[in-house]
Design a protein around this ligand. Sequence first.
Ligand code: B4P
Length: 199
Amino acid sequence: MFNVVLFGPPGCGKGTQSEKLIQRYGLHHISTGDLLRDEVSRATPLGVEARKFMDNGMLVPDEVVIGMISSRLEDTPDAQGFIFDGFPRTVAQAGALDRLLEFRQAPIRLVLALEVPEDELVRRLVERGKMSGRTDDTEEVISKRTKEYYAKTEPVAQYYEVQGKLQRIKGDESIDSIGTTLGKEVEKFIDPVAGTARY
Ligand code: B4P
């Protein structure tokens, strides 16, 4: 089983690039942002609680997000591998993910960190907000999300760097060229033709 994390600040292209990697490598996609938005749109108790944080540009509490990931992993025992998009976002989440994957003897092999200048991130998110109507894509909330990212999420890069798993990728190229670069990193671990692991 091959497990990879797509990492980076809001708007860096995690969702966009995940779509490409899932299609190409048959990985199972887990996006905590999508899972939370689904709970919000169904107005479940979890969604009602999560919305208060999301609309304010804050991270949803660790225990809520870790619980969601845990049940998603249990629901998909036959997956060939997972792409974690937007998770982990705190060091506590990273530790919890390691423990959850220990049961499957399938650790995170690779963390792809997309690096994009801050003004480009804001431009993308404001643009997305106009199309999607996402309530967290306004300049005011984007600024809070960015602060939250540097305070709580950026240390996760260090967590994986010391494990030798982090690859920093320039994320302000075209969508296709970033996709090609990410693909080369993934193919150091899996052979897309034979569908076999190289590790
Ligand atoms: P997410 O849904 O993960 O929001 P995001 O970080 O904005 O998404 P992403 O980075 O994937 O956006 P993308 O680049 O695809 O999270 C939303 C909220 O949920 C969080 O703020 C938090 O409150 C909560 N949450 C989620 N996970 C959590 C966790 N683990 N713990 C606690 N809380 C959590 O898209 C950006 C735009 O850029 C798109 O319009 C795209 O078309 C464009 N774009 C992408 N690549 C481009 C490129 N190369 N060039 C030009 N444009 C590009």
